[in-house]
Design a protein around this ligand. Structure first.
Ligand SMILES: Nc1ncnc2c1ncn2[C@@H]1O[C@H](COP(=O)(O)OP(=O)(O)O)[C@@H](O)[C@H]1O
Ligand SMILES: [Mg+2]
Length: 507
């Protein structure tokens, strides 16, 4: 015979199973729900769900409920330490109805958060017999002790939580995998991965997100090698035309005669060598986007023809009299001072105004140093794959050199530099010498703002040093060796950059 409380427990269990099956995306929300039910049904005053980080050998609080839930969350518990640590280590459930006299209890945490535990019930969260975390219920109401029945129920809840967690982790893995495959497909189609870290570039991406949905022309401006083509790709990929073709034309690559037929196509017999009808780039791009790179080099005669495409969406093929109509978006880019070209009469002002509906200026790399480490590492990974070589990364001094270099050739130069280093470097780490930076014209950096640069350099250094230290369990001697610097210099940097062992300061 089921008692009333059992019915309530069964109902809650069914509810939770349904929630798990409903494929909730947020694991934390789901685990919170499971823990909250468990706490109520076991009549606890507080409850925590800790997850095991096997590599770190520690448990961290994923969910903590009760009067001091928020405070407890900043702690991590080492495996074997405290009641939760004991449960995780032994992979066994535990009832402690006299916590104060239990030698396993972590008294300092209870004291610090000012929440004394009197009774405690803790069970492992297992998946295929392996402990993934711990659920604990603290202080049974009305000063009662926890019972074996409470424990059995909590074990059922823990099994459910384990399933929820495994599902969520699988889904996350699958989604990451899909993202990788999608990226690969894009690369196959000639699209690039756009690396963006600096506020300057994130701001541009935000603008792109907003203009992508429109059909307005965008004129992308900026020095050579800043990545103008990649921004054009993003506008196309984020627009409703993304499934249709993205056609690139470099207006500087062909002489006037060939360029006209390349852009607009020709009919058979239009000129010597025109042995068949041929579609031009505008026709190929129909439905999608055409990207006219180096638009400043477009000859005046073709500028008029392009203006008509923009205004009427029609043009004639070379040698034809019937107009062709197209539906496409036009993006253009130039590294030249196009306004000066307009002033000199080299570029039609009416075309300029038509193209320049939305100007997008991409700043040079030296004005956004935050992108340098990201880009350098991205290219290093890319060329390690291509060359089948393996490096640990950039030595600290090499990264500093890259951060203070002015990059006159922008990202293109950085990419070439990393590619060459990847081919020639002999050590475990890429060193400054491997980069062959032309003597750094640092003066050019004045427009970047000295302070921005210093901040970027320091933030990179701190990140980098912390990573190496973590990999070497905070052993400064080993870390210094790995970074190829003196140990004394490392401890000086640790102080200066205020690098703390987060794990240590937490427990
Ligand atoms: N933000 C970025 N992320 C990744 N690669 C980039 C980025 N910006 C530029 N590149 C790379 O640098 C090179 C030059 O980019 P490109 O768009 O041709 O420059 P631009 O057209 O401005 O001269 C390309 O190989 C491109 O892949
Ligand atoms: Mg280009």
């Amino acid at each position: 015979m089921l008692t009333t409380i059992d019915v309530q427990k069964f109902n809650t269990l069914i509810e939770i199973t349904n929630l798990i099956n409903a494929n909730t995306r947020s694991v934390n929300a789901l685990l919170t729900r499971v823990l909250d039910s468990a706490m109520r049904l076991c009549n606890g005053d507080a409850a925590s769900l800790l997850l095991l980080d096997k590599k770190a050998g520690a448990l961290y609080f994923e969910v903590a409920l009760g009067p001091k839930g928020q405070d407890v969350k900043r702690y991590t518990v080492k495996l074997g330490e405290g009641i939760a640590g004991w449960v995780a280590q032994h992979n066994k459930s535990l009832i402690s109805n006299d916590v104060k006299n239990d030698h396993r209890h972590l008294k300092n945490v209870a004291l610090e958060i000012d929440y004394p535990s009197n009774t405690m019930l803790a069970v492992p969260m297992r998946v295929k017999d392996e402990c993934m975390g711990v659920i604990e219920i603290i202080n049974k109401k009305d000063k009662k002790p926890f019972t074996d029945e409470d424990m059995e129920w909590l074990e059922i809840f823990a099994t459910q939580a384990g399933i929820a967690l495994t599902n969520a982790r699988d889904v996350e893995k699958t989604l990451n995998h899909i993202q990788l495959l999608q990226d690969e497909i894009k690369v196959d189609k000639g699209y690039h991965t756009l690396i963006a870290k600096s506020p300057a570039i994130l701001e541009k991406l935000d603008i792109i997100r907003r203009v992508a949905g429109t059909d307005s022309s965008v004129l992308i401006l900026g020095e050579s090698g800043v990545g103008k083509e990649l921004f054009a790709e993003q506008i196309h990929l984020q627009s409703a035309r993304s499934k249709a073709p993205f056609v690139r034309v470099n207006c500087a690559a062909l002489p006037e005669g060939l360029l006209e037929s390349e852009l607009f196509g020709h009919v058979k017999g239009a000129f010597t060598g025109a042995v068949a009808n041929r579609a031009g780039r505008f026709e190929t791009a129909n439905g999608g986007t055409i990207f006219l790179d180096e638009i400043g080099e477009l000859p005046l005669a073709l500028q008029s023809k392009l203006l008509r495409v923009i205004q009427e969406r029609t043009f004639e093929k070379v040698g034809a009299s019937v107009p062709v109509t197209v539906d496409l978006r036009i993006l253009a880019a130039t590294n030249r001072d196009i306004e000066a070209q307009v002033a000199k009469g080299e570029f039609r002002s009416d075309l300029y105004y038509r193209l320049n509906v939305l100007p997008l200026y991409i700043p040079p790399l030296r004005q956004r140093p935050e992108d340098i480490p990201e880009l350098a590492n991205f290219f290093l990974n890319k060329y390690m794959k291509e060359t089948k070589k393996r490096y640990e990364g950039f030595a600290l001094t090499a990264m500093e050199a890259m951060l203070s270099y002015a990059w006159p050739g922008n990202v293109r130069e950085l990419e070439n530099c990393v590619e060459r280093a990847c081919v020639i470097a002999k050590g475990e780490w890429i060193q400054t010498e491997d980069l062959f930076l032309k003597s750094a014209p640092v003066q050019q950096l004045h427009d970047a703002g000295e302070r921005d640069l210093k901040n970027a350099v320091n933030s990179f250094k701190a990140q980098y040093i912390r990573k190496v230290l973590e990999e070497r369990n905070w052993k400064q001697g080993e870390a210094a060796q790995a970074m190829n610097i003196q140990r004394t210099y490392l401890s000086k940097l640790i102080k200066e950059l205020d690098i703390a062992n987060r794990k240590e300061t937490q427990t």
